[in-house]
Design a protein around this ligand. Structure first.
Ligand code: AMP
Length: 178
């Protein structure tokens, strides 16, 4: 078990103003990924939180930075990894859920038959902002009969209220809150 403090972790999150567009303060996780202790701490905190009664057997990672945390977490906990991707990326038959953005809509896709009923799923992404993305991923899991045990993030932008949009019964855990 590694043990970087919140302050040490936050020092490894780089704020990039006006990326990818004006007015967005982008939380860049790459300095944290390059620090083995910090990356391991994030994974350990998530796996410790989702143990015992909250245990999961499948990690659903959201493209693209959710793959980084999700795949590492799945390998570390000996669970399955299932990617949820942006439209047009997955090669085989897939399910699709659309969700609304400030202007227009976007969608996420998951290969059909990725899950079966009885799977206990943890949905993982790097950041939760407004919550629209993770809610679409949760809908995909439910569509395939999986039980969403929780949603885990390295970073929560609490002032955007995403947590409130996540359905009741889904345990929400963020390593770092802003
Ligand atoms: P949302 O659907 O609003 O919760 O946005 C979450 C998705 O957008 C995640 O996949 C994040 O990777 C990305 N995202 C949103 N805001 C930020 C931010 N300030 N910094 C980095 N990534 C962000």
């Amino acid at each position: 078990m590694t043990n970087a403090s919140d302050d040490a972790l936050k020092a490894l999150i780089r704020d990039v103003p006006d990326f990818p567009k004006p007015g967005i303060l982008f939380k860049d996780i790459t300095p944290m990924l390059s620090n083995p202790d910090a990356f391991a701490t994030v994974l350990d905190r998530i796996s410790a939180h989702f143990s015992g009664p909250r245990a999961f057997d499948v990690v659903v990672g959201i493209e693209s930075r959710g793959f980084i945390f999700g795949a590492a977490l799945a390998a570390r906990t000996a669970t399955s990894f299932v990617p949820v991707r942006k439209p047009g990326k997955l090669p085989a038959a897939k399910d699709r859920v659309e969700y609304s953005l400030e202007y227009g809509t976007d969608a996420l896709e998951m290969h059909k038959n990725s899950l079966h009923s009885g799977n206990r799923v943890l949905v993982v992404d790097d950041v939760i902002a407004t919550g629209g993305t993770v809610c679409a991923a949760i809908d995909l899991v439910k569509l395939q009969g999986g039980q969403v045990v929780g949603a885990a993030f390295a970073i929560e932008l609490g002032f955007l209220g995403g947590r409130k949009r996540i359905p009741e019964g889904v345990e929400v855990f963020s390593v770092l809150a802003y």
